[in-house]
Design a protein around this ligand. Sequence first.
Ligand code: NAG
Ligand code: NAG
Ligand code: NAG
Length: 700
Amino acid sequence: MTPTTYSTMWVLWILTMMLPRFVHGFESYDATMVEFPAPLTESDFNPKAGFQVIEFFSPYCPHCKSLAPIWKDSWETFYEEGRRQNISLLQVDCVESGDLCKSEKIMGFPSIRLYGPNGFIESFPKYRTMSKDNILDFARQAVDNPDDMEDQQIGSLSELVTAEKFANLLAGKGQQPYLLSFWPAKNARSADGNIDFKNCDECDTFQKGWKTLSVKLAALDISTGHLNCESSAAICTNLGFSSLVKITNHRVDRIPKVALVVPEKTTNNFFTYDGPFSTKMSVYEDFAKRTYFNSRIMTISSEEIVEITQKEYKLSGTHEKKPQKLHLVYSYNRETAVPEDLQFLQSLVDPVSKISNAYLYITEEDLTPVVVQSFESMYEMINYNTSEPEKRLKEEYIDFNIMPDNPNFFIFRDGDKIPHTFQGYSTTELRNTDTIMDWVREYSLPMVNEVTPDNFAQILAFNSEMYDGVAIILINTIETELTNNSNEHLDKLRVGYYDYEHVRMGKMIEDVSVKRERRLKKANRLKEKGYKKSTILEAAREEILHEDNKKVIISFLDISKYSSILNKLGVTHVLSEDDIGKVILYDKYTKSYHKKDIFGNDFIAEPYTIRETLSSVFLSQKPARLSRIAERLFGPLFCESLKNFDSLVGVSGYAIFIVLILGCLKGIKICRRKRIGKRYKAKRDVIGLLGKNGNKKSLD
Ligand SMILES: *[C@@H]1O[C@H](CO)[C@@H](O)[C@H](O)[C@H]1NC(C)=O
Ligand SMILES: *[C@@H]1O[C@H](CO)[C@@H](O)[C@H](O)[C@H]1NC(C)=O
Ligand SMILES: *[C@@H]1O[C@H](CO)[C@@H](O)[C@H](O)[C@H]1NC(C)=O
């Protein structure tokens, strides 16, 4: 062999060894060994062969051509993971296998569909971009829902609902809750039949899913029915579904609608699903189950609440995800309650059910001990550092959080040790759906959020008046050991988060006392100067805004799944196993992020570091915060984009640039303050430390 052959072999060998590390995950799998599969044909297409994500394409369509490399890349990334989970990525060429695509009712190219052990499950959502992340996400969620594996050999159990039947249901004569779907069809008796839907691309898919859902819900004692809007025109028009009655615009798709009727009630018994349309039936299943549950307004006990606050979120390698629930609890005293209080709760069923994973409850127990117990468990957690003085639950924290008066609303979130209380000081406020729902929405994110391509932007933008930052911890659940490791880091992030909460609450209380002192001084000054009594009184009564902001959202990013999400923030380095446990802190206010902690080290999830860094970024005074931003501009994150700038204008350019930036930030801050002030004034009441505190007395 010549030396050239030797070196070629070496290069090849090195490449073979390294390739898997670059491709994905940290597996010893070698993508070069398995060949990218040829498209399925009629003879080897089997819709029930385990889980399959199938792309139906035409070699001539431009979109298919641009998807081709993305598809191949997704296949390569997913091959090994898919093999373990029994999911394969396959293709069908619709020019070669035209009949197959016709019998599968493929409407356009490219079409991506998920098939399971019982055949078709769902189509790739229309509104989503067919990117690698999204395609893999679509594939992974196949196994999220093990129920999809149930045997579905039975036909649809959905019943044709006539006008008469519908009237009976609305009159409260149904025996069971009914989940209804409204179809743009005429005389479709059986939900199994081959219905010729017009102007409804998704109807066919929806119909198949509806059959599956009808079987699943029957097991939960929820009946299903369908109405043909073209035949039951009056009902559909009345409900606002007139697009399903007849085609008015040929270019616009018609979409089936879903609603739930609950039994034994004659008012507040009809609930429309108005979330985004989906062909994924778990969406409607959740809607039906939760709305029905909430409509019955169940009692919750102190013990159950304690369990909720003590739950621990654990990552798991299997893709099974337990929803983190939000529990809105109405605490009241039967003796002093008036019927209107309970009636009012009925008006909350609909809006509460529209918040993901939110549940409505009632209790007659005094929740004070539960709240205290929950806070105490938080303090147990954050006293981890023996060289620091013991942190104690301050009276003020509880004072602000608990109003002994009944009735009262509480929010408890799964795994959150900080309960929240709505403290309206008047019955009017306690019976204002909008005010209460605004408050509930402030807490509508789970305690720990997984960032995905779908929710990333939403999490970063979530309620910026209350939440100043998002801490994103990098984790990896591709194998057990890494999952364990990731869980440890996540636990530390949580401890650090509560440690920060302790500091933040202290700061909020301090701010109020400073303001109060200032007000007192002002009143005294006016008195000394001999102002009118009314002017002095006015100054003394000046409202003190008690803010509850500068909070931080905690989240995690599974780098084995969505490593490219961070590109959107500008993080371009390839994430690896070494990054597990690192924290990226997004500052919503400056729209920039920190990769370093306050001490200048890599930001890792150590409680002490987290507390110190969060406090310094979000709670420190303006100058400190601004100077840190300037520092960051010179940091590695921005160097690349500033490189050209540097050669162009030199050091003085930087100086001008910084001055400009500082000016802009100052401007933003002033505007923002005004906005916040306005918002609070508009609400008339005062924002309490741990919720809305409208009780002026407790502030003075
Ligand atoms: C994968 O699917 C095949 C065929 O559908 C089945 O026999 C096998 O048990 C499945 N394996 C796992 C791990 O689910
Ligand atoms: C992961 O943690 C669980 C429980 O915490 C333990 O049972 C398991 O053995 C650990 N696995 C590995 C690979 O460390
Ligand atoms: C405990 O706190 C001190 C400063 O108060 C700090 O230097 C030290 O790193 C902390 N230790 C731990 C384990 O967090």
